[in-house]
Write a protein that binds this ligand. Structure first.
Ligand SMILES: NC(=O)c1ccc[n+]([C@@H]2O[C@H](COP(=O)([O-])OP(=O)(O)OC[C@H]3O[C@@H](n4cnc5c(N)ncnc54)[C@H](OP(=O)(O)O)[C@@H]3O)[C@@H](O)[C@H]2O)c1
Length: 219
């Protein structure tokens, strides 16, 4: 498949690009810092572009089968995070003009404001308040995607990310804001970035999570 990747210079993005190339896909990375991508491959094209410029994105989206995003915008005490909604609105507009209708993007467990009540004390009272601005904007982006009828979107929600390569572990998934174990408690609290990339790429062969948000982790 022809895949355009945003956030390709990030930690998850690099796993995703590597795995996509290994699987034989043709990858165009759309980045602001091309020098951060050190890999070379005959099927890899690196373009420098502004993710907030629809016209620029449109020209790179033309002819792609799918857009994949591992973009990340950290929380700040100075201002609210807006990058998820701003970039997604521009991406969806560019997709509509370029006639690309599939996007797979990532957010996080606990984007819904009340979904963290079952999480551990530390996550609930320390981590979630610290990253609330990021989670809020991710949630707003998820709400925006739910209103885009003509786009086959999937939101992948992982728990805390670790810098680990892809494993062969089975995926656990749930249509919700975290993956519950048999007692309804969150099934773990972290997953390897390589496995998130592996899961996102596995969706290319499946319609299972089209127009849905899926919380995932590994067994
Ligand atoms: N950390 C966690 O435990 C955790 C848990 C669940 C979900 N997540 C979410 O998962 C996603 C991926 O996480 P990650 O740790 O792999 O991300 P990351 O390493 O921080 O990478 C973020 C990517 O977004 C790009 N980006 C940010 N602002 C941009 C802009 N204005 N223009 C163009 N590119 C921009 C970065 O480009 P540059 O390389 O040029 O900066 C980078 O490629 C993020 O949305 C993150 O919030 C994180």
């Amino acid at each position: 498949m022809k895949i355009a990747v945003l956030g390709a210079t990030g930690q998850t993005g690099q796993y995703l690009v590597n795995q996509a190339l290994q699987q034989g896909h043709i990858v165009t990375t759309i980045v602001r810092n091309p020098e951060k991508l050190t890999m070379h491959h005959d099927n890899l094209k690196v373009v420098k572009a502004d993710i907030f410029s629809g016209d620029t994105l449109k020209s790179h989206f033309k002819g792609q089968d799918v857009i994949m995003s591992c973009l990340g915008f950290p929380a700040s005490i100075l201002s609210a995070v807006t990058g998820y909604t701003m970039s997604m609105k521009v991406m969806i507009g560019a997709m509509q003009e370029a006639r690309v209708n599939r996007i797979i993007t990532m957010t996080s467990w606990y984007t819904e404001p009340n979904s963290g009540t079952q999480s551990s004390f530390l996550i609930r009272f320390l981590l979630l308040p610290m990253i609330r601005s990021t989670l809020t904007n991710m949630y707003e982006m998820e709400q925006f995607l739910q209103k885009t009828d003509d786009i086959n979107w999937t939101v992948v929600r992982p728990p805390g990310l670790k810098n680990l390569p892809a494993s062969a572990q089975e995926f656990l998934t749930h249509e919700g804001y975290f993956v519950p174990d048999s007692s309804g408690q969150p099934a773990g609290s972290s997953v390897g970035r390589g496995d998130v990339a592996r899961f996102m790429l596995s969706l290319l062969n499946s319609n299972a999570w089209v127009k849905r948000g899926v919380a995932m982790t590994t067994k």
